[in-house]
Design a protein around this ligand. Structure first.
Ligand code: TA6
Length: 309
């Protein structure tokens, strides 16, 4: 397989393999050695590594790999419901279902394919009258992880839903992490019956449990991992809200598939649409797009303004 990007065979850089903990999964690789692994159970990204082979997503050492339960880590998809705000199971059914690889997805703009190792996944919930495709996962030559999801209402009546890319970022020490881009925004606090508050002026830091939905957030935010000198820049489209979650000590102990101390090594920062659910009239379609890059913090602080932050 060619190693220079020019002759890199992106098609071949997508391998479907069986049996990762008994689950079919897809492996994407790029010429620089970065990789992403996607489980067909839930269409969930379960690993994203940079060109040094370092894992960028958190997965609990106690994660359960038994469908239908979603694995604790990576990027589960919350759809068509976020949390328990609705009649469905927590965070909806998409993360608990088996997806299929779609070899003939409807077209996306060329920019979403060129120079990317990618896979298109399809979820056709039998009993529901909507289609959720293509859910495209791609790995750019830059090593960025890109998720694009489209939902189309193929029925005769309107359909409403909420959505979140529940992204478990791996961090060195949560008490050294700060999130920039949420300053002065209003948020709904899941720890206080979704009461509405306003964020103070400074970057968000962590010293206790946080479970919030930030509203009308900028389309780019930065998660700075000071100790690891790494910054995750999250860019999003069609996803006005940002969920921030760290279970801290007490909640960590209450979760069977999560280690008591693991809250120190993770933070969930989700591109989402929750406050104002999407309603699709028959034939209408919605697209959500999330791009995560992991860059050296030095790079980020110089270029933060270029990311529109
Ligand atoms: O994103 C925040 C949240 O809704 C929290 O309230 C917490 O429950 C978390 O998701 C994890 O949910 P899960 O159903 O995966 O245990």
């Amino acid at each position: 397989m060619g190693h220079s990007a020019a002759i890199w065979d992106y098609k071949a850089a997508m391998e479907i393999s069986k049996d990762w903990n008994g689950i079919d999964h897809v492996l994407l690789r790029n010429p620089q050695g970065a990789s992403a692994r996607i489980s067909l159970h839930g269409g969930q990204v379960i690993s994203w590594k940079n060109d040094q082979g370092e894992e960028l997503l958190f997965t609990s050492s106690k994660a359960i790999f038994k469908p239908p339960k979603a694995m604790r880590g990576g990027v589960p998809i919350c759809f068509p419901q976020f949390g328990n705000a609705g009649s469905l199971e927590q965070h909806g059914f998409a993360r608990n279902k088996l997806w299929a690889v779609d070899d003939d997805p409807p077209p996306l703009p060329p920019n979403d394919s060129v120079g990317k190792s990618l896979v298109d996944l399809l979820l056709k919930p039998s009993e529901e009258d909507l289609k959720f495709w293509p859910h495209r996962v791609s790995l750019a030559a830059s090593g960025n992880l890109i998720l694009i999801s489209r939902v189309r209402n193929i029925n005769g009546k309107p359909f409403s839903f909420s959505f979140a890319y529940h992204t478990y970022l791996s961090v060195s020490d949560i008490s050294e992490v700060r999130i920039e881009g949420l300053e002065t925004l209003d948020y709904l606090d899941n720890l206080h019956q979704r009461e509405r508050f306003t964020e103070q002026g400074d970057a968000l830091t962590f010293e206790t449990e946080v479970d919030r939905i930030y509203l009308n957030s900028p389309n780019a935010i930065a998660v700075l991992d000071h100790e690891r000198k790494r910054t995750y820049v999250i860019r999003k489209e069609g996803l006005p809200d940002i969920v921030v979650w760290n279970p801290w000590e007490k909640k960590s102990k209450s979760m069977v598939d999560f280690g008591d101390e693991e809250y120190k090594q993770m933070v969930c920062v989700d591109g989402a649409v929750i406050e104002k659910p999407i309603t699709l009239k028959p034939g209408e379609e919605w697209t959500g797009r999330l791009e995560i890059s992991a860059v050296p913090s030095s790079f980020c602080s110089e270029n933060l303004e270029n990311t529109g932050l």
